[in-house]
Design a binder for this molecule. Structure first.
Ligand SMILES: Nc1ncnc2c1ncn2[C@@H]1O[C@H](COP(=O)(O)OP(=O)(O)OP(=O)(O)O)[C@@H](O)[C@H]1O
Ligand SMILES: [Mg+2]
Length: 383
């Protein structure tokens, strides 16, 4: 039944999910499952609910006993993505993650969730469904807010470019003219005007990338080469003295992306990681992995974006301050004396343009930024 079916999707070696081995049976440790904040259901091959934890009772507004007397198809509308995901896992035997799915119904209301469906190891046709309303879903929600943040920055960048650079060059030119007849003391002031004008101009230049409207040119990008390039740049400059650990999946297929922009993304992330690392014993872990079944539901359509390629940048710094977390990807958010706060805003924009997702997990001595990207299509002439 299980294994062979998903070979049609990709012949790559897959990372196993380290969670959930033996313990999952309904009777086995229901108290542990009941303590979880996320709804967990066990569904048999015919759709019958075999187990529901407390969080699932709350989610569906029905007792576990009543849930177990029903079929999953009676709990959610017939066109719910949950049903097709469960079917897919039954058929393929592989876990599926789907981000940003809305589960709605007259009884349960509207929920924006991430769904994880995994086959039960000891059962021929049972699957476990976990619905996450927070964590991942929130992060994606943030990502979507960053998307709108990126849009407003785009507008602002266009205004800045037009309305600031022109007068600025006028100011700079006038200062240079003054400089010709200025005394030594005044010359210091005209130099100051020129330097500051240059600084503003450089800032506006950095903002201008946000105003680029044209679609990106994408090709097959070897992400390991990109990371290698970024690591070299770091080692000879901003990340000198920091230990790099590379944890790559050598069989990772190419990313469908723009190489230069992806370099910008990882340069910003690695630079932030380097700046966060402790002075002594700083360590940055660069990892890549293929994660089967990670998909982003696209708003307003039934389409799904497959995001199987995961690149993560981990550092052992102090972590992201709590008050920054909700607005981390907004422009001009910075805690650094010389920072512009545009790094992560730019990263969010580029990932967004690629159709990908970025999320972070941060605690002292372990901050991870995870970027999920689409794979270069194997048959580009096809769809
Ligand atoms: N790996 C990290 N660990 C801890 N904090 C981080 C990390 N990455 C980002 N931050 C926080 O997020 C803020 C915003 O980062 P961002 O890259 O957008 O701007 P910046 O690094 O401050 O400035 P610039 O990128 O222009 O140098 C940082 O100032 C820092 O406080
Ligand atoms: Mg930065």
């Amino acid at each position: 039944m299980t294994r062979g079916a998903s070979e049609k999707i990709t012949p790559l070696p897959r990372k196993r999910d380290p969670r959930g081995p033996e313990s999952g049976g309904p009777g086995a440790d229901a108290s542990i499952l009941n303590a979880l904040p996320d709804p967990v259901l066990m569904i048999a091959g015919d759709g019958a609910v075999k187990f529901a934890n407390f969080a699932a009772e709350n989610f569906f507004g029905v007792s576990a006993e009543q849930l177990c007397a029903r079929l999953l198809q009676d709990l959610v509308p017939a066109d719910s993505p949950l049903l097709s995901l469960v079917q897919q896992v039954h058929d393929s035997g592989y876990s599926v993650f789907e981000y940003g799915v809305t589960i709605a119904g007259p009884r349960i209301g509207d929920h924006f969730v991430t769904i994880q469906v995994s086959p039960l190891p000891d059962s021929s046709d049972g699957v476990v469904v976990t619905l996450r309303e927070r964590s991942f879903a929130d992060k994606i929600d943030h990502q979507l807010t960053h998307r709108s943040a990126a849009r407003s920055v785009t507008g602002m960048a266009m205004v800045l470019a037009h309305e600031i650079k022109n007068p600025l060059s006028g100011i700079r030119g006038a200062a240079q003219l003054l400089e010709q007849n200025a005394s030594m003391t005044d010359r210091k002031l005209t130099e100051l005007i020129c330097d500051e004008a240059d600084r503003i101009c450089a800032l506006v230049d950095r903002m201008e990338v946000f105003s680029e409207k044209r679609g990106i040119e994408r090709e097959a990008v070897n992400i390991h080469r990109v990371l290698e390039h970024v690591r070299r740049l770091g080692e000879s400059g901003f990340a000198r003295g920091i230990r790099f650990v590379e944890n790559y999946d050598p069989s990772l297929p190419p990313v469908h992306g723009n190489r230069d922009q992806l370099i910008q993304v990882f340069l910003n992330l690695v630079k932030n990681a380097a700046e966060a690392c402790p002075k002594k014993g700083g360590e940055i872990v660069l990892s890549t992995a293929y994660q089967h079944g990670v998909r982003l539901a696209l708003a307003g359509s039934a389409a799904r974006m497959e995001l199987p390629l995961m690149v993560s940048i981990q550092d052992n710094g102090e972590g992201i301050p709590d008050d920054l977390r909700s607005c981390l990807f907004d422009p001009f958010v910075t805690t650094k004396a010389g920072g512009t706060g545009l790094g992560l805003a730019l990263v969010a924009k580029i990932i967004n343009d690629h159709g990908g997702v970025i999320e972070f997990d941060s605690q002292p001595r372990r901050t991870v930024f995870r970027v999920r990207l689409p794979m270069f299509p194997e048959k580009s002439e096809g769809e």
